[in-house]
Ligand binder design. Structure first.
Ligand SMILES: CC(C)(COP(=O)(O)OP(=O)(O)OC[C@H]1O[C@@H](n2cnc3c(N)ncnc32)[C@H](O)[C@@H]1OP(=O)(O)O)[C@@H](O)C(=O)NCCC(=O)NCCS
Length: 310
């Protein structure tokens, strides 16, 4: 609990908007005996760090962590990371990703440790469509086959999830949980529609169908305010303005419902999506930027070459 208070104040001082909610969620897990993680005890027999993870998935576990001041240099970080990795291996569920601790440790120090281990850095930022901004124009007539999504569309959503990220393996690696892509997509669709990421807002989620096939979709969940959780178009249907129409329908529905401005998350290596959001009028929402160090080789993904954007 002392470390969690330290965590909360360090992250709040660094301007992180979710510092309190993040600490509260872990306190709640501790009280309920549901906290999954390890405590790191320092030379003076005092807790100086912790590692925490969600229920490990088939591909491995994603670890978030905190280190007290005085233990934030590459040396202690390397010892900590080695100890947590070894423990995870022993438990049969390796670490596939470490959440960036940018607010408390320099990128250079993290790179010295995670980079040396071959991990690949992906940065994520939040964007929003400001409440006071007029709605962007649609690119022409509404596409035929466009309609709100319902619970009965779950299988179609799963099929779209399965194909939409084929040409964006880094983005898929950030979230992947199961080795079998069909199962991974099915579980993701189930979680999105069954409130794992906050209540699914069917009333603000839209798709474009081509017959029975879902060609493009935008999903919204209410996770401490509206969060656009999926934006995707099947490869054969891209660059026809489908996402512009769907995002417009979602933002418009949220306004009609009197909801606050929606957020969405975009990562480096997804300049295509970031450019589209910017061109529609979405803006950077500071305070929740973060990153993740991904073990791409372990996930069977080849690291892309070239510069990262933003
Ligand atoms: C990003 C993604 C969702 C865009 O979907 P889309 O349906 O192609 O989006 P749109 O057609 O509305 O817009 C895409 C581009 O096509 C352009 N476009 C729209 N209609 C067009 C037309 N008739 N002719 C040519 N270009 C057109 C748009 O101007 C836009 O250009 P920009 O990228 O320069 O801004 C899609 O590429 C995708 O599914 N990617 C993989 C999943 C993913 O990364 N999702 C985002 C997660 S944050």
């Amino acid at each position: 609990m002392r470390l969690l208070a330290e965590f909360e104040s360090s992250y709040r001082e660094a301007g992180v908007t979710w510092a309190h909610d993040g600490a509260e969620a872990m306190r709640d897990q501790l009280r309920k005996g549901e906290f999954r993680g390890l405590l790191w005890v320092g030379p003076k027999d005092e807790a100086v760090g912790f590692a925490a993870w969600d229920e490990p998935k088939e591909v491995g576990r994603r670890v978030s962590f905190y280190l007290s001041e005085g233990f934030r240099a590459p040396g202690p970080l390397e010892s900590f990371v080695s100890a947590v990795s070894a423990e995870a291996e022993r438990a049969g569920s390796p670490v596939i990703a470490w959440f960036d601790v940018g607010p408390i440790m320099s990128l250079e120090a993290q790179r010295r440790v995670f980079g040396a281990r071959g991990a690949f850095h992906v940065v994520r930022i939040d964007m929003t469509y400001p409440a006071e901004k007029p709605l962007f124009e649609p690119p022409g007539e509404s596409p035929s086959g466009m309609r709100p999504l319902h619970g009965s569309d779950q299988a179609a959503i799963a099929r779209l999830l399965e194909v939409a990220y084929d040409d964006n393996p880094v983005e898929r690696a950030v979230f992947v949980r199961y080795r079998d892509p069909v199962r991974d997509a099915e579980e993701s669709a189930r979680d999105l529609l069954h409130d794992t990421y906050g209540r699914w807002m069917s009333e603000a989620s839209f798709g474009v169908f081509d017959g029975d096939v879902l060609a493009s979709a935008v999903l919204v969940n209410d996770l401490r305010g509206p969060l656009i959780t999926e934006v995707m178009t099947a490869p054969g249907y891209r660059r026809r303005g489908l996402i512009r129409h769907l995002l417009r329908a979602s933002v418009s529905a949220l306004r009609t419902l009197g909801m606050p401005a929606p957020r969405l998350v975009v990562t480096t290596w997804n300049e295509r999506a970031a450019r589209l959001y910017r061109s529609l009028g979405f803006v950077h929402l500071p305070g929740a930027d973060g990153g993740i160090w991904l073990d791409l080789p372990r996930l069977g993904v080849t690291a892309p070459q070239g510069p990262q954007h933003f």
